[in-house]
Ligand binder design. Structure first.
Ligand code: IPE
Ligand code: IPE
Ligand code: MG
Length: 238
């Protein structure tokens, strides 16, 4: 079991491998996303029990639009069903939901549903679940650069005064006061970042597992946290 006194405050997850999970069972990819959503529900509950403060999950990247219309719509439909079935339970468990990314460019039905989710959980004080949706790390940094450039043009800040804190603050995460992830987990055996939280993971510990996302259980989260707890974080010091 993980040491209760050293639980990472912020865990970020790249939930990968839904498609391969489905393929290995000769099921359509959408069934993989369905199973992935079930896994996510269990992980959210367990993260809350463990006392993790922020859980950030990668649900849809700015690059995922390259997939078939059928798959993309299937993912959106699942999101809507997630809100419909989980809102009450999230509230009961005191989970606050926040969305990172250009989610206001999603279809109206998705925006409506997510707005309900944010509104319904906004005063919750337990785990903060950040869902990265239509999210891209480079897109986020570009947006921050545009904001700071506009502030400079408006005479609110001098270019040479722009600090790392200003950049952090202009990101989706900074606007919400979300600290950088302590632990980044990626499932499915891939060892890449795929445009996730590029700025924020500068000193995150990384744990990669071969499990496909639908097979990632609360026990697997415990194991990843134990691995994190055995790491020596140095932040460039000695
Ligand atoms: C992750 O699973 C979910 C999303 C990217 C939406 P994938 O759909 O990428 O699954 P694989 O990588 O094809 O197995
Ligand atoms: C990353 O997975 C995005 C999400 C989990 C939402 P991908 O499956 O899109 O990443 P690549 O294509 O393997 O890099
Ligand atoms: Mg993938």
């Amino acid at each position: 079991m993980p040491d209760k006194n050293n639980i990472p405050a912020h865990v970020a997850i790249i939930m990968d491998g839904n498609g391969r999970w489905a393929k290995s069972r000769r099921l359509p990819r959408t069934m993989g996303h369905n199973a992935g959503l079930k896994a996510m529900k269990e992980i959210v509950k367990h993260a809350n029990v463990l006392g993790i403060k922020y859980l950030t999950v990668y649900a849809f990247s700015t690059e995922n639009w390259k997939r078939s219309k059928e798959e993309v719509n299937g993912i959106f439909k699942l999101l809507i069903s997630y809100v419909a079935s989980e809102l009450e339970e999230l509230k009961e468990n005191n989970v606050k939901v926040h969305i990172l990314g250009r989610w206001t460019q999603m279809p109206d039905s998705v925006i409506e549903s997510l707005s309900r989710l944010i509104e319904g959980t906004k005063s919750d004080t337990g785990l903060q679940l950040n869902i990265a949706l239509n999210y891209g790390g480079r897109d986020e940094i570009t947006m921050a650069a545009q904001k700071l450039a506009a502030a400079a043009v408006a005479g609110q800040i001098l270019p040479e005064d722009i600090s790392q804190e200003d950049i952090s603050g202009a990101l989706y995460t900074g606007q919400e006061g979300i600290p950088d992830p302590d632990l980044l987990i990626r499932t499915s055996g891939e060892m890449r970042i795929s445009n996730y939280l590029l700025w924020q993971i500068a000193y995150s510990e990384m744990v990669f597992t071969d499990l496909y996302w639908p097979d990632f259980t609360p026990e697997a989260l415990d194991k990843a946290i134990e691995e994190y707890q055995n790491r020596k974080r140095r932040f460039g010091g000695r």
